[in-house]
Design a protein around this ligand. Structure first.
Ligand SMILES: Cc1ncc(COP(=O)(O)O)c(C=O)c1O
Length: 415
């Protein structure tokens, strides 16, 4: 069959006429395939999935009830466009009550998003011209950089390393890059490292942005999931509102990943520009969903309950991994435990297998131990364990972690 002429029409940014022809398989697809193979090789045995990047539970009943009630209201039926006042006002209250950020004007300094991912894909169009640099942290969530590159922008990666507490070294950016840099994208608590920010680091980011005329976009998707103290918002930093915006999401904080709702807050000009591009991108999230999310943001005790669960699960997983030889330290927030990958594993029988990178460790763990993780090799070899594994009760949680302990019990890891 001759090739469709459509093949020649694809834009260069997705591969041009070579689109879809590459044999490269991406990381998450490799994990999926390994899981499938492990399932086929060990029918009836449970795969412990510690690779999941989203909550294992439903949204809380009261949020679902709000959605049902709001969905019945005729006034909520139409295009939401850039939203009504309900979520914006709840967002401003939330920032003040939960993060201690007072004085956010809900009319001019907040707009809803159809999730942070959507906001990160929209914002580059408001800021990036061909040749502009974006400073992104790696390993990380790449969406802003991907869209910046679609627009002809360039990405300068800032590695997150243990020696820097997984905070980027802003002073490492070369002067030629800085001259053409426009945006610094941050994300704390961080996916995948689980690292939390410090007020000093945020203060440095504000000063750095001012000095080099940059916009700071802080992706706070995990901000409220903290195990002690109150969430640290970038907007709580003096001067933050002059340089940037923060993205909050109901996805992880309220178990609402599939609902697609969050908000963008901070600098008025940036919020307005986001709104203008957004208006030409989507027609807004269903108002009933926005109103249900607003109910969530007005009830931060929901997130606190979720965080208590992750904290408990984190304690148990840290103990098991530490016993197996990993340098596992409980993060201060998020649901990710990021640990250095071993260089080799020695089984009780003495068989020794060496690993060249985290990817190989992750494949071995799924194939040999039926434990799924996510490998990261961008800045050192690390594995990301997530505590969002499926377990409905504390007893089930114990059983799951106990199974992990058992499966790792007969291995000695070398680091
Ligand atoms: C760092 C980070 N930002 C944004 C998102 C997307 O969040 P949302 O569901 O609000 O689009 C994720 C989801 O995994 C994430 O890890």
């Amino acid at each position: 069959m001759s090739e469709s002429y459509i093949q020649d029409l694809f834009a260069k940014r997705i591969g041009g006429s070579q689109y879809g022809k590459t044999d490269a398989i991406y990381k998450f697809e490799r994990i999926k395939r390994a899981k499938r193979a492990a399932r086929a090789a060990h029918p009836g045995e449970e795969i412990i999935d510690l690779g999941v990047g989203e909550p294992d539970e439903m949204a809380f009943p009261e949020v679902v009830r709000t959605l049902c009630a709001e969905a019945r209201k005729p006034e909520n039926r139409g295009y939401a466009d850039n939203g009504d006042a309900v979520l914006k006002e709840a967002a401003a209250r939330y920032l003040e009550r939960v993060c201690g950020v007072a004085g956010i004007n809900p009319e001019t300094e907040v707009l809803h998003s159809i999730g942070s991912k959507a906001a990160l894909s929209i914002l580059p169009a408001a800021l990036i011209n061909p040749g502009d640099y974006v400073l992104m942290t790696v390993p990380g969530y790449p969406v802003f950089g991907t869209h910046a590159a679609y627009l002809g922008g360039r990405v300068h990666n800032l590695p997150l390393t243990e020696t820097n507490q997984f905070l980027p070294d802003l002073d490492s950016v070369p002067a030629e890059v800085l001259k053409q840099a426009k945006v610094l994208v941050l994300n704390y608590p961080n996916n995948p490292t689980g690292a939390s920010p410090t007020p000093e680091f945020f203060a440095k980011a504000v000063a750095f942005a001012r000095q080099h005329r940059l916009v700071v976009i802080h992706d706070a998707a995990y901000a409220a999931l903290v195990f002690e103290g109150r969430p640290l918002s970038f907007l709580a930093t003096p001067g933050a509102k002059e340089v940037g915006i923060e993205l909050h999401s109901a996805s992880k904080s309220f178990n609402m990943t599939g609902w697609r709702c969050g908000f963008v807050a901070g600098n008025e000009l940036l919020v307005r520009a986001y709104g203008d591009v957004k208006d030409n991108t989507d027609s807004g999230q269903f108002l009933a969903i926005q109103h249900a999310a607003a109910h969530g943001f007005d009830h931060p005790e929901i997130t606190e309950k979720i965080a208590v669960k992750y904290s408990r699960r984190m304690d148990a997983l840290v103990a098991v991994l530490a016993k197996a030889g990993f340098q596992a330290r409980k993060p201060r927030g998020s649901f990710f435990l990021y640990v250095r990958a071993p260089k080799a594993a020695v089984s009780q029988g003495g068989a020794r297998i060496e690993f060249r990178n985290a990817e190989e460790v992750s494949q071995w763990l799924i194939t040999e131990k039926l434990i799924s993780t996510v490998p990261w090799d961008d800045a050192g070899a690390y594995l990301r364990f997530s505590v969002t594994y499926a377990a409905k009760t504390v007893a089930q949680e114990r059983r799951t972690v106990g199974t992990v302990a058992e499966r790792l019990g007969d291995v000695r890891f070398e680091f």
